[in-house]
Design a protein around this ligand. Structure first.
Ligand code: NAD
Length: 503
């Protein structure tokens, strides 16, 4: 019998674990079903929300320092269990163990940042703002908050949003991707082991049906989402229409602009890592290389082509592999269709990664790397997020043309500039409408104490992920004006009808 993945509610696996629709979970390298995930029905959703309400009462009543204590213990457990977590991620996602460990570290970074919650959540105080009144403001948690997460970072993204939500005193319900659901459950178990009260971190599995129920649930105060743009837009509109606070981090098409003076070997190496790492299934993957001038472009493509051909492809547990398979056969077919469209629209396919089979893994969703040259901004391969191991070179003739292309693109998640000129770097940084910019850094994912988030249709909502802004998203402000009457010195008795001032 295929093992099943049940919801993690109130500190244990859900009791009614035989109910609800089931979806297959594949190992993308073998192409075989390894588990079945149970989709939440009305009962599971009701159980998760009421467990979170109960957890919230207990947790939000604990001091920030006590909450920080649980975070320290959780961090130790994550470090101790890194190897088994990386293996679990690889089994269901397909990324290499080294890549999975990178994701784990980036998740742990946020836990470390969140241990500073007593300081981060501090309010502000002014004494005697007028008439013996003290004025202070404080941040309070929202209640039950939901995090809807994508398949491509089954560990890091639930932590990026959920740890900050929980550190602020909320109870968190994670609705992870149905394609790799086991890691989020393991996170729940480790939280319980760290001493988090039951109900503060629940995991509810399922697809659109579960998401849509949570989006309109009256007890859900806020929703943080990471995933594709069409789904993110739906979540933002539906959640805000039902009165919730929503932030949605969405799709991307990240460019790297390469100036003629750049170190082209370094740029090529950076493009290979950022374009093909995790088989291109990263929202911060570089998918467009935009060299400036024909000569730069020729030299760059000359360096890229052999590097793409030499990529090592293998299953998650092959330590020599640079990248693994795609998540599903449908994802692979979609990437192949986009490659076909590039050829039909006249781009030059320099390296064709289609039709690749890995010996011993014939049913896996493997593709080799593909490289396009001479794509134009009107082509589908330029406009669409491919989310696969395909790098597209789109040549620009001038620096301004490259900046214009970056700004005209629908997405604005990340962008990189490879250059040796400080003046161009400064002009680029000021001109581009993109959330995260790398200067000679190909994947500019900010550290946990700064903020993550894109621009344009890569993000809906105002606040960023992690960093101090996440405290703003996951709390509400309360401001208090307090006066204590002193019968000897306070003279102003009687009603005052004019707007009070401190003058
Ligand atoms: P997805 O949008 O298909 O799914 C994300 C989540 O939404 C999952 O939990 C899924 O179950 C749920 N979902 C899917 N369809 C839904 C629907 N119609 N209604 C309601 N919920 C639905 O995304 P994915 O394929 O899991 O992840 C890849 C996408 O995520 C890419 O577009 C990538 O760029 C994006 N992403 C963005 C960031 C970022 O921070 N900007 C980070 C990682 C991934």
């Amino acid at each position: 019998m295929t093992p099943h993945v049940s919801h993690y509610i109130h500190g244990s696996l859900h009791r009614n674990n035989n109910e609800g629709r089931r979806l297959p979970v594949f190992n993308p390298a073998h192409g075989e079903v390894i588990r079945e995930v149970i989709c939440a029905d009305d009962k599971a959703i009701a159980d998760a929300v009421s467990s979170a309400q109960e957890g919230f009462v207990k947790w939000s009543g604990m001091s920030p320092s006590k909450r920080a204590g649980v975070l320290f213990a959780f961090r130790e457990l994550l470090v101790r269990h890194t190897d088994s977590l990386a293996d679990l991620i690889g089994q269901e996602h397909g990324k290499t163990i080294a890549d999975a460990k990178g994701e784990i570290q980036r998740g742990i970074d946020v836990v470390e940042f969140a241990t500073g919650i007593p300081h981060l959540i501090k309010g502000a105080f002014n004494s005697n703002v007028g008439g013996g009144i003290d004025l202070y403001s404080m941040r309070e948690p929202l209640g039950v908050v939901v995090g809807i997460t994508p398949f491509n970072f089954p560990f890091m993204i639930p932590l990026w949003m959920g740890v900050m939500a929980v550190a602020c005193g909320n109870a968190f319900i994670n609705k992870p991707s149905e394609r790799d659901p086991s890691t989020p459950n393991r996170i729940g178990e480790l939280w319980s082991e760290a001493g988090l009260p039951d109900g503060v971190w629940n995991v509810l599995h399922g697809d659109k049906e579960a998401v849509d129920a949570l989006l309109v649930h009256p007890e859900v105060a806020a929703v943080s989402f990471v995933g594709s743009t069409p789904v993110g837009e739906h979540i933002y509109r539906t959640g805000t229409a039902s009165g919730k606070r929503v932030q949605a981090f969405c799709g991307a098409k990240n460019h790297m602009v390469i100036t003629p003076d750049a170190d082209l070997d370094r740029a090529a190496d950076a493009l290979i890592g950022a374009g093909y790492g995790s088989a291109g299934e990263r929202c911060m993957a570089i998918s467009v290389a935009m060299p400036i001038g024909e000569e730069t472009a020729d030299k760059l493509v000359e360096r890229l082509a052999p590097r793409v051909q030499q990529l090592q492809i293998g299953p998650w547990n092959d330590s020599k592999a640079d990248m693994g398979p795609l998540i599903t056969p449908e994802a692979k077919t979609r990437v192949e269709r986009l490659i076909e469209s590039g050829i039909n629209e006249g781009a030059e396919l320099v390296v064709d990664g289609r039709g690749y089979t890995l010996q011993g893994y014939e049913k896996g969703n493997f593709m080799a790397g593909s490289l396009f040259d001479r794509a134009t901004t009107s082509m589908e391969i330029y406009k669409t997020e491919i989310f696969g191991p395909v790098l597209t070179v789109a040549r620009a003739q001038h620096f301004d043309e490259a900046v214009e292309a970056v700004n005209n693109h629908e997405y604005g998640n990340g962008v990189a500039l490879f250059t040796s000129r400080g003046d161009l770097a400064q002009a680029f940084t000021n001109a581009v409408d993109v959330g995260m910019i790398g200067i000679n850094v190909p994947i500019p994912v900010p550290m946990a104490f700064h903020h993550f988030g894109g621009s344009k249709r890569s993000k809906f909502g105002d606040t960023q992920m992690h960093g101090p802004e996440s405290v703003i998203f996951f709390t509400k402000m309360k401001t208090v004006s307090a006066r204590w009457f002193d019968s000897e010195h306070m003279g102003d008795t009687g009603a005052q009808f004019a707007m009070p001032t401190n003058r």
